[in-house]
Design a protein around this ligand. Structure first.
Ligand code: PLP
Length: 390
């Protein structure tokens, strides 16, 4: 059978964009189903239906705390990673009356970088911490960015573009040695590597549901007991008075099921094998270069990120899309903006390389034939684009 170049049948589609979002898992769907109708009341209501909603939330919070190895009172449900990151940064800044200094890794998600920029515009100062060419932010570079007045450092667990895993326990020591607190955005880690805030030494840790098979619009912020922070959303006193808004019970139950599933890290070993295989096959295409370290343990097992200098990321993504391969130019949130990736620029890529990045993020179920097809289609897309360029 000849390979089709324009794919419409779903069975022919290979979804290699798991870092952007993941579909609901069957277990999450089943867990949420009983809570989708109005049998449950508002968790703030005093009557039996309200008390039942409140009990369901309490149970979900406890299950998540058990997986993350923390107290249930340290888990606060939010609308997702963006809100969790914003709350951690702005809540800390508000507590410090918008005075002081933020130390932020240059490869953070836009939710972190933009929130810090907003705080800078309101009077705080910030230092961007540069990673090495391997995509790793060292504890030494964090230590040298710290100042007397640093109140918060933000370093993500795993980068959403190139998948590099940061040495958070060492970074935490450097931050705490200067009396500051550490926000760790762990949105991309859960499900592929262990995520436990206390073991990592994070004072605050952000997670998002839709990256692990829960619905879009639910996430959480872990806040270690005693960390000084003010609410971002004021109102009805939900979430222990820290995050107002009527709770989304079904989504919270779905998040608990997804966190439990993700913590089992299904297929982590086979994902490393598929990652190695895909890297090898892509590197056989002339002009292909790997972005970030390939070392196991320093890169998420599902992440494959390469550049084809001289070509344009968006064109590659669209050509691959027509062949049934769903991948990404980099961060999903900057897709379609034709921007040079701030992550690739930070690791020292020149403009040609930073604007030709291609990210494949593999599911735990990806097979060898699928990896071979991804590589073959990429080779064809590269050849077609080069032919057009002449
Ligand atoms: N942080 C990281 C590292 C991410 O990859 C994302 C999503 O792409 C977010 C934060 C934002 O999460 P959400 O989509 O739940 O707002």
């Amino acid at each position: 059978m000849s390979e089709r170049t324009d794919v419409t049948a779903d069975s022919l589609v290979i979804y290699a964009d798991c870092a952007a979002t993941q579909p609901l898992t069957p277990a999450v769907r089943a867990a949420m189903e009983p809570y989708l109708d109005l049998r449950l009341g508002n968790a703030s209501s005093a009557h039996a239906s309200g008390r039942e909603a409140s009990r369901v939330i309490r149970e979900a919070r406890q299950r998540i705390a058990d997986v993350l190895g923390c107290a249930p009172g340290e888990i606060f449900f939010t609308s997702g990673g963006t809100e969790s990151d914003n709350w951690a940064i702005k809540g800390c800044a508000f507590y410090h009356r918008l005075r002081g200094h933020l130390a932020v890794s240059a490869i953070e998600h836009r939710a972190v970088l933009a929130a810090c920029d907003s705080m800078e515009a309101l009077g705080m100062t910030q230092t961007l911490i540069q990673p090495g060419p391997d995509g790793i932010v060292t504890a030494e570079s964090v230590a040298s960015a710290m100042r007397q007045d640093t109140c918060l450092a933000a370093v993500m667990l795993a980068n959403n573009e190139i998948g590099t895993v940061q040495p958070i326990p060492e970074i935490s020591e450097a931050v705490h040695a200067r009396g500051a607190h550490l926000l760790c955005d762990a949105v991309q880690g859960l499900g592929q590597i262990p995520v436990q805030p206390r073991a990592l030494g994070a004072d605050m840790l952000a997670l998002s549901g839709h990256k692990i098979g829960a619905p879009v619009g639910i996430g959480l912020l872990y806040i270690r007991e005693g960390v000084p922070i003010l609410p971002l959303l004021d109102g009805g006193g939900q979430e222990m008075g820290m995050r107002a808004g009527t709770e989304n019970v079904a989504a919270i139950v779905g998040l608990a099921a997804a966190v439990e599933e993700a913590a089992r890290m299904r297929g982590a070993e086979s994902r490393y094998q598929m990652q190695d295989l895909l890297f090898e096959k892509l590197l056989a295409i002339p002009g292909c270069v790997v972005n970030g370290t390939r070392a196991h343990g320093k890169r998420l097992p599902g992440n494959v990120h390469v550049s084809f200098a001289g070509l344009d990321s968006e064109s590659l993504v669209l050509h691959l899309d027509r062949m049934g391969i769903r991948c990404s130019a980099g961060a999903a949130c900057s897709a379609g903006k034709h921007a040079i990736s701030h992550v690739l620029a930070a690791i020292g890529c020149d403009a040609a390389r930073a604007s030709s990045g291609l990210r494949f993020t593999l599911s735990a179920d990806v097979t060898v034939p699928q990896v071979e097809r991804i590589a073959a289609c990429t080779a064809r897309a590269v050849a077609m684009l080069r032919a057009v360029r002449g």
